[in-house]
Design a protein around this ligand. Sequence first.
Ligand code: NCD
Length: 326
Amino acid sequence: MKRHLLSGADLDRDDALLVLDTAAELASLTDRAVKKLPTLRGRTVVNLFFEDSTRTRISFEAAAKRLSADVINFSAKGSSVSKGESLKDTALTLEAMGADAVVIRHHASGAPHRLAHSGWIQGSVVNAGDGTHEHPTQALLDAFTMRRHLAGGVGDLEGRKIVIVGDVLHSRVARSNVLLLSTLGAEVTLVGPPTLLPVGVESWPCATSYELDGPLKDADAVMMLRVQRERMNAAFFPSAREYSRRYGLDARRMALLPEHAIVMHPGPMNRGMEIAAEVADSNRSVIVEQVSNGVSVRMAVLYLLLGGAQLGLGDDAPTTDPGAEA
Ligand code: NCD
């Protein structure tokens, strides 16, 4: 593993499988009454969020706490960032406080790279979403969820057909997923209107389509992307209704999927826009499970980056005695 996790491309096949296997081991912890391991005791994880988030922030916080790390939550609102403090000065403050890992979400694409390669901080940097660029832990939790449903929880995703639909242009989730899923051997097809597929997408390791019904027919998983209106500074499609009609996943379209196929969405959803409520709530939807898998995957990432002590999950009960060794 590299020191930082900034991109889906930072993980080769072996690294990706190591994270997914570790996450699977850690997931067993969720079923226990005491959901805590002493592995990262005495280490400090800072969650540095410059952009709104529900799932990702809570998920990283839960992950770090379940490994017994000290967690500092920082959000730009209510901090000196709103007084104009720079990323550099914020980073120097975190370094002075002894952060072992900094989990950063930022509206500017590239901010985590700046933090990781500036020399401002010594610890590991984890990209929790930067602008329209990347969101590697989301891709890992998506791969983890697919692996459970499509590959019996083991091995890679060789030959699985994954269809990712919608606002690819503004989606860091799509970018990281294409990189990671191709590393794991899956065949990805991106579907969306030409205006929402990025320039240069031909060079990505995936196929593209402007039409949804065809790719759905042999998909193993379909991932619907949120239409990210907050990042749109122009009209990318004629109307919400038109978008929904061509690219929304409704019950009729869901019926085109093979029997075993799963429906995914990273959240937050625009119900009625990219996904119909009845589809989001159907028994093919794994959307809520994606959220719980996110905690296990982020635990695995923090554990592997910070080189925690042995997991010791083989024991009957986790060690809860604060003086005991992990
Ligand atoms: C995504 C994000 O923030 O990039 N959500 C998430 O992390 N669960 C996708 C989105 O905002 O649409």
